[in-house]
Ligand binder design. Structure first.
Ligand code: NAD
Length: 735
């Protein structure tokens, strides 16, 4: 048996140890070759009378992150090829057989007659945890780094290698459904409590414990294959079952608004599977899995949230001509809300930070914010007291510019004021020198013009964070006209160190993310003036797949900020550049009513101290007409909220602000939660086709106004039947 990805040793006691340790990879993943080797090992263990049983362990720090999702993308390509050459039926069969292969290998392992035990350390996710679930005994390392889970739902899939069936036979049905729907990761104690593992032990002992279980006569029969097995929640058709299933269906609808076929497939697979013996149940699961694998939603989510995200994080946009930088110390000027957040994530990832503000108390206030953040992590058991001390020791809070000396990168996050920014940049450059890369976290000021206030515009770049910095994954890098490759490479290296996902855009008002999301917010305000009931606006947005409604979102980012941006835009670009309905809404809310959003407890919602927020009744004054909610076209309202963002994303590509559709998609989902099941603002257009999207825009333009007018680029694409991804890869190949 020739193995590349595993080591296989048979001990003198007759227990085999299979160590998963893929060469040239930092993490084990499931590939076709891994499947072949695992298949061969199961046969060898079953056939060799000298082997009593087998322990599966990892040779790396982590067990495995699960399947290589690019393998699934290849499956879709093979399907398309077989469909052309052999016809639809043959293609379906081939696809079904290929997509259930892992499930069948695991079932063979489970029923081969020899006991298998698994020793889990580090993350054990997706298909790898399904392997563990197929083993007869599971020992898990009892440490913070070890977690098990089935996160497939997060990329539009579901666990299709037995996960839905085995979890639903280990846990109460309600708990199992939650675990599968949420795709969360369970730490050792939770996993033990939830019966997902049998034993937890110190990391150094897990293999021995697994081996001991086999030597003590561990049985090679899964609980569900034993005659006396009963589902933890009883039969589906039973009084308890009737309590669970109608509620489960309602929860599914509440959580997904029927936008996620994979979540629905989980319901089906568990509901149908629990009524069958394991082998048939696994076939049912495989049928749903093949169906979901071919869904538009899974393809879009895998592309954006896995493949493109990884490519961007690994430096898809990094200029190759620049040698890797080795950032050790960074300077942050402005220790306010954003500056403190950036300092925190920087120090958390090992960088030395000089955090500078106008005076010592202001700088100390920023450090206190960081102290509160890390203390919260310690209280939740996510960090130790020693880690907290080390992190705080890496941050020097000061008002002395001399402390910036030796910084490899300086970022300013002072007030949004051109003159203040120019002044702090000048002072900092006089200490660190003109060669050090300088960045601004501005959200609205053009980078090119800020760069002109520095000694070296080529060393200047925008690094735009989203709030709260510690939670938001996206960072937008903005290139000024003169920004050099070295500045971009340095900024990307910084973003990589702090483990965020970068997109790179050219300079424009609002950059990428804010341009799109401000359109979403404005559409909600316009709907208010049309007389759409506020609660309906909020619900329709969630039904369309947005995480929160436009009114809630506006309250979070502050209405007075929106009002300031609108008045500045009107001043700079003239009255035609703003929407009069929006001007009326914001003037009324901010100037007349003093309602600034969550920050003063009064916005589109009221925020009673300690109570739940409720929509402010005064909003009715904004409606120019009274619409009967029964007559409103919900589908059209949903479309308006997504189209208004996507058409703006298309404009950013037409204008050359965004140059790669992957960045628009990743940026829209990570930056402002654009309906993830679509794969992002550009995949939403590609998904329906440019021609259909243009027709939709034209219809909405006629009905609602010119803000829906598609750019010329989209009309050309519609005529040529092109997609954004098709055009982009054609350019890539031509380059
Ligand atoms: P903030 O008011 O919380 O913090 C600004 C800090 O800068 C304050 O601590 C202030 O004392 C300090 N400061 C002001 N003048 C200074 C000077 N001359 N020298 C040194 N320090 C000085 O503001 P914020 O929300 O953190 O925003 C900072 C920047 O980040 C702005 O450019 C803003 O547009 C941008 N931004 C904000 C957000 C957000 O959601 N708040 C998001 C992205 C970008």
């Amino acid at each position: 048996m020739k193995l590349v990805n595993f080591r296989f040793d048979i001990g003198a006691d007759g227990v085999a140890l299979l160590t998963w340790d893929m060469p040239e990879r930092s993490m084990n993943v499931i590939t076709p070759q891994v499947m072949d080797e695992l298949d061969a090992v199961v046969d060898a263990v079953a056939a060799d009378p000298a082997i009593k049983g087998c322990v599966i362990a990892s040779g790396k720090n982590a067990f495995s992150g699960g399947a290589d999702l690019s393998m699934l993308q290849q499956g879709a390509a093979e399907y398309a090829r077989a469909q052309k050459t052999e016809g639809e039926e043959a293609a379906k069969k081939l696809f079904f057989d290929t997509s259930r292969r892992l499930s069948q290998i695991y079932r063979k392992l489970e029923t081969c007659g020899k006991p298998f035990a698994v020793a889990i350390q580090g993350v054990c996710l997706g298909g790898a945890f399904e392997l563990a679930l197929a083993c007869h005994y599971r020992v898990m390392a009892d440490d913070d780094k070890t977690k098990v889970g089935l996160p497939e739902i997060k990329v539009g899939l579901f666990p299709g290698a037995g996960g839905t069936q085995r979890v639903a036979r280990l846990m109460q049905t309600g708990d199992a459904l939650q675990f599968l729907f949420r795709g969360e990761q369970a730490k050792p104690k939770a996993a033990l409590g939830g019966k997902l593992v049998h034993e937890i032990a110190p990391r150094g002992e897990i293999i021995e414990r697994a081996r001991a279980w086999i030597l003590a006569g561990g049985k090679a029969i899964a609980p569900w294959d034993a005659k006396e097995f009963k589902n933890p929640s009883g039969k589906v058709f039973s009084p308890t079952g009737m309590m669970i299933w109608p509620a489960a269906n309602a929860i599914y609808r509440r959580e997904t608004y029927d936008n996620y076929p994979a979540a629905k497939a989980i319901l089906h697979a568990v509901y149908e599977g629990l009524q069958l013996p394991m082998d048939q149940a696994l076939t049912v699961e495989s049928r749903w899995f093949a169906h979901i694998l071919r869904s538009k939603e899974a393809a879009a989510m895998i592309r954006t949230l896995f493949l493109s995200k990884n490519e961007l994080e690994k430096g898809a946009r990094r200029p190759t001509s620049v040698a890797p930088t080795h950032l050790k110390k960074i300077g942050i000027i402005g220790a306010g809300f954003m500056g403190a957040g950036v300092a925190y994530v920087s120090a958390l990832n090992g960088l030395e930070v000089t955090l500078l503000d106008r005076d010592q108390p202001a700088a100390d206030k920023g450090k206190a914010t960081i102290d509160a953040l890390i203390s919260g992590s310690v209280a939740k058991g996510r960090a130790t007291a020693a880690e907290k001390d080390a992190l705080l020791a890496r941050i020097n809070a000061t008002s002395d510019y001399a402390a910036l000396k030796g910084c490899d990168l300086v970022l300013e996050a002072v007030f949004e004021d051109r003159d203040i920014k120019a002044e702090v940049t000048k002072r900092a450059q006089s200490v660190v020198g003109p060669d050090v890369i300088f960045a601004s976290n501005t959200s609205t000021l053009p980078i090119t013009s800020l760069a002109e206030t520095t000694l070296t515009p080529e060393n200047f770049i925008g690094i735009h964070f989203f709030s709260p910095v510690e939670k938001m994954l996206l960072v937008e890098l903005i290139l000024g006209k003169k920004t050099s490759d070295r500045a971009l490479a340095t900024a990307l290296d910084f973003v990589r160190i702090i483990k965020k996902t970068p997109i790179v855009v050219n300079d424009t008002r609002g950059f990428f993310a804010n341009r799109c999301v401000l359109n979403f917010i404005r559409e909600g305000q316009i709907m208010l003036t049309e007389g759409v009931p506020p609660a309906m606006i909020e619900n329709v947005a969630r039904m369309a797949g947005m995480p929160v409604g436009p009114l809630s979102l506006n309250d979070e980012v502050a209405l007075d900020l929106g009002w300031r941006i609108l008045t500045a835009t009107k001043k700079d670009l003239g009255p035609a550049a703003i929407d009069p309905a929006q001007e009326r809404v914001l003037h009324y809310m901010v100037e007349e009513q003093g309602r600034y959003g969550r920050k003063n407890g009064k916005g589109f919602y009221d925020y009673p101290a300690g109570g739940k927020k409720t929509l402010w009744p005064g909003l009715s004054a904004l409606a120019t007409t009274r619409l009967d909610p029964e007559t409103l076209d919900i589908a059209e309202l949903k479309q308006r909220l997504l189209v208004i963002q996507s058409v703006e994303a298309a404009r950013t590509i037409a204008e050359g602000v965004v140059t790669d559709p992957r960045e628009a998609d990743v940026g829209s989902v990570l930056g402002f939660g654009f309906a993830p099941f679509t794969g992002g603002a550009i995949s939403y257009i590609d998904g329906m086709g440019a021609a259909a999207f243009v027709a939709l825009c034209d219809r909405l333009t006629e009905k609602c106004g010119a803000r829906f007018a598609p750019p010329q680029l989209l009309r050309e694409m519609a005529a040529k039947r092109e997609s954004f991804y098709g055009r982009y890869s054609a350019h890539q190949h031509a380059a």
